[in-house]
Design a binder for this molecule. Structure first.
Ligand SMILES: Cc1cc2nc3c(=O)[nH]c(=O)nc-3n(C[C@H](O)[C@H](O)[C@H](O)COP(=O)(O)OP(=O)(O)OC[C@H]3O[C@@H](n4cnc5c(N)ncnc54)[C@H](O)[C@@H]3O)c2cc1C
Ligand SMILES: Cc1cc2nc3c(=O)[nH]c(=O)nc-3n(C[C@H](O)[C@H](O)[C@H](O)COP(=O)(O)O)c2cc1C
Length: 762
């Protein structure tokens, strides 16, 4: 096979040597614009797992790489005068130049032709160098790939430019651990990511957000002045060592990270590898790993035949999935650093924990495995902030109590609101008593009722619960009294109005299907249909607003009579109040439409009226859709403003959901996918939050709570399949302090014994 590679970085060189090794008859040429010893950048890191993959692919290269390594286990975080160390991270660093030299040498030994200092404009330019007629052309020309640009219509590249600024420097300071410095000054927050990669050199990447960068005047400095200014900034830690640049070829000293994705990775006989195909933010240290693992996968699919479409699609399928997985983690990590000003005032313990778990790939139990002493310290610190006695064995973060006004919940688990569509003319039935009663026995700290509607017309379906008739109060009181008598759980009433999503069948009789008969008039801020099959709502008048507000107040009073501990106003998911907040459904031109301030006016009026009758010592929360997932809709930044507005009106917590406000939404699903919005709202608006959405494991709840991404975690679907989710979590974590219903103690003992046996059986 005749193979031409454009670009002699890690991806190109590694692929070339693996192919040549698999069949010395292959005619392989690598064309690289730089000289063999040009070094742009400093060190790269690999995890132990990545090294195992390299060993399997080519043991000679692996041996040379590993004999040049600097290993470390610890991560040191310097913040606000403290240094916090966590161990067990198992990484190794190598100079990029050394890595390239090893790969170049191995290529040369195997007989790969290497042409340096030869710039190829793109693949159409290869014939200029006598390289026409290849069976396979490999675009290994990095993040700015010219080959990819030439075939942009085929590859469908999608580039996303990060907001932070960074510069990749080196230093002679001999770091013993992977080190992060965080520094706050009047210009903003600045950070350095540092690690040693050989005897006497370390990588030193300086990064900051755009505002800090401009305020510090970095936008006006040339390279030398930037290096001097960075040295001055981090002088207290550098012990006289200098910072150095080897990037004099770049037009600008500072860069912004470019996330690269492509719809397709091959076209005809041209295939993308490494950064040309995908990039992952440097803070997850995986760019070179991904590039070299692409090379392994591509060489493997080509080992038994030519570059057929089947072989190249097998490569694309395998590697695209892996790259996307890593890019999701890398996006979380990048966003953490971009928004570090949000976290800088957290206490150093929480700041560090938040940093370590930023990608959502490293969990609470992961950290325990890596460094039990560090994790124990986190748990002790976290528990000491609550009412738990500091000298007792600290409970996992999810089992610490939390207070809002006069209400204290025993732990951080919430049974999320879930409409059961099983009411009788708005009256909760025995189904609700059993359903909510069972979940109260589950050990969760807080139970939130389904959206309970303030009038017959406020219901979504005829099966929705209501709070507008005396019999509703009595039925709810029966449930609340059961919860209070038989469990330690608190119970919160969620009140809402369906708006444009109302007057439909229960879900198991049809999706978004209007009733066969008995439909009622639906109202909304504007005459905008939520979905083609739903009713066209009537735009509300001021008189409608007054009536609706008064219905919410009447329902609030009934909630007091029924004995609820907490009240939640449903302003999410496209129901009436949510549809005022999002510009997608609020097209009003009066003082209730237009700006966010105007769109919030009616929901805030309702909230304020409810707060004024709801007892002072009992908390209130608001559920919001923190993003519409639609261009031009509500964003995370809007959610912060919305949370601040409700906070100022007396809300004690914001329950952060997303979406369901438009059929045009493009949500990005994944584990804990809404938690980043909770994190943003909590840490920017400074208001307690409840996170919800694809949180399924105790490990996740612990990490979210300990990192300060939320104060409470609500789980909906997991509680449908496992009503005793919290009791199970306590048993699995070996947490003895969980209160179990006395009637269930025999089950507890058996479960704990079974789990113990499992843990000790090899
Ligand atoms: C600040 C920073 C820190 C990083 N830290 C790490 C880390 O710790 N660990 C890690 O794994 N990764 C890290 N990376 C990412 C890593 O550098 C890349 O992911 C990796 O180098 C990708 O390898 P590649 O071979 O695909 O591309 P590259 O290494 O970019 O190689 C592409 C090659 O193609 C050549 N080339 C480009 N165009 C042409 C042309 N027209 N003609 C001829 N030659 C051409 C270039 O000169 C270059 O040598 C970091 C990146 C940055 C920006
Ligand atoms: C059957 C069902 C009914 C729901 N009803 C409500 C509701 O009445 N009020 C509300 O705010 N959210 C409601 N939700 C949304 C959940 O509270 C939660 O936000 C969503 O299911 C995501 O959490 P999960 O991934 O833990 O299921 C409902 C969800 C389900 C599955």
């Amino acid at each position: 096979m005749k193979i031409n590679l454009i670009g002699g970085g890690p991806a190109g060189l590694y692929f070339a040597l693996l192919m040549k090794k698999s069949d010395p008859a292959h005619d392989i040429t690598v064309t690289e614009r730089n000289a063999p010893d040009d070094t742009f950048g400093w060190g790269v890191v690999f995890s132990d797992q990545t090294l195992e993959n390299f060993r399997a692919a080519d043991v000679e290269t692996w041996e040379r790489i590993t004999s040049s390594f600097v290993h470390w286990d610890d991560i040191d975080v310097h913040v606000r005068g403290r240094v916090i160390t966590s161990g067990g991270h198992g990484f190794a660093g190598i100079a990029r130049k050394k890595l390239l030299n090893i790969l170049q040498q191995r290529c040369a030994d195997l007989g790969v032709a290497l042409r340096f200092q030869t710039e190829v404009r793109d693949d159409s330019d290869l014939n200029r160098f006598g390289l026409a007629g290849a069976d396979l052309i490999v675009a290994a020309d990095g993040a700015n790939s010219a080959v990819r640009a030439r075939h942009a219509l085929r590859f469908g590249p999608d580039l996303d430019i990060g907001t932070a600024r960074f510069i990749w420097l080196g230093t002679t300071f001999p770091f013993e651990a992977f080190t992060f410095y965080f520094l706050e000054n009047p210009h903003g927050v600045f950070q350095a990511h540092c690690y040693r990669f050989d005897e006497d050199t370390s990588t030193f990447i300086v990064e900051c957000d755009d505002t800090s960068w401009r305020r510090a005047g970095y936008d006006r400095l040339d390279l030398d002045a930037t290096v001097t200014a960075s040295e001055a900034l981090f002088r207290p830690w550098l012990a006289g060592h200098r910072l150095m640049s080897n990037a004099r070829h770049l037009a600008e000293p500072w860069s912004r990270f470019v996330r690269v994705r492509n719809r397709a990775w091959f076209h005809g006989n041209v295939v993308l590898v490494g950064d040309a195909a995908h990039t992952a933010h440097f803070s997850v240290g995986s760019g070179t790993k991904l590039a070299m693992e692409d090379a392994i996968a591509l060489a493997r699919v080509l080992a038994h035949g030519g570059p057929t479409a089947e072989a190249l699609s097998a490569y694309q399928d395998e590697r695209m999935t892996e790259a996307l997985r890593l890019q999701n983690a890398a996006r979380n990590s990048m966003q953490w650093f971009e928004t570090v000003t949000r976290y800088i005032s957290l206490e150093p313990e929480q700041f560090t924990y938040s940093l370590l778990t930023r990608s959502q790939r490293v969990s609470h139990e992961n950290l325990r495995l890596r460094d039990p002493a560090y994790l124990g310290g986190v748990q002790r610190w976290f528990a000491a902030r609550t009412t738990s006695p500091a000298d007792a064995e600290p409970p996992p973060p999810m089992f610490t109590p939390f207070s809002l006004r006069g209400m204290t919940v025993a732990n951080r688990v919430v049974v999320a609101p879930m409409d059961m569509y099983s009411a009788d003319e708005g009256t909760p039935t025995d189904f609700h008593l059993v359903h909510l009663g069972t979940r109260a026995l589950s050990g969760a700290g807080l139970i939130i009722t389904e959206m309970t509607c303030t009038s017959p017309q406020a219901r979504i379906t005829p099966g929705c619960t209501g709070m507008y008739r005396p019999e509703h109060v009595a039925a709810w009181r029966r449930i609340v009294e059961f919860v209070h008598r038989h469990s330690a759980a608190k119970i919160c009433l969620q009140l809402g109005h369906s708006g444009a999503k109302g007057s439909i069948k229960v879900p198991w009789e049809g999706t978004d299907a209007p009733l066969d008969d008995g439909n009622w008039e639906v109202i909304a801020p504007s005459a905008v249909r939520h979905a083609p099959s739903l009713h066209l709502p009537r735009a509300m008048t001021r008189a409608d607003m007054t009536r609706i507000r008064d219905e919410f107040v009447a329902a609030t009073r009934m909630g007091i009579d029924a004995g609820f501990d907490m009240l939640e106003l449903h302003c999410a998911h496209g129901y009436l109040l949510s549809s005022f907040i999002t510009p997608l459904s609020n097209h009003r031109d009066d003082e209730y439409g237009g700006s966010l301030e105007n769109r919030l006016r009616f929901p805030l009026e309702v909230f304020g009226a409810m707060r004024s009758v709801w007892p002072d010592e009992r908390p209130m929360s608001v559920r919001i859709s923190a993003t519409d997932w639609v261009e031009g809709g509500v964003t995370g930044d809007d959610a912060v403003a919305i949370a601040r507005a409700f906070g100022a009106a007396g809300a004690d917590a914001v329950h952060v959901s997303t979406g369901q406000t438009s059929v045009d939404a493009h949500p990005v699903y994944g584990r804990m996918y809404q938690t980043p919005f909770s994190d943003q709202v909590r840490n920017e608006a400074g208001i307690p939050t409840i996170a919800v959405g694809a949180i399924t494991e105790a490990d996740q709840v612990n990490a979210i709570i300990a990192a300060g991404r939320a104060d409470l975690c609500a789980l909906a679907r997991p509680h449908l399949t496992d009503p005793f989710w919290t009791l199970h979590a306590a048993a699995e974590l070996g947490y003895a302090g969980q209160r179990w219903p006395a009637q269930y103690l025999a089950g507890r003992q058996q479960l704990e014994r079974t789990l113990q046996r499992k843990a000790t059986t090899p």
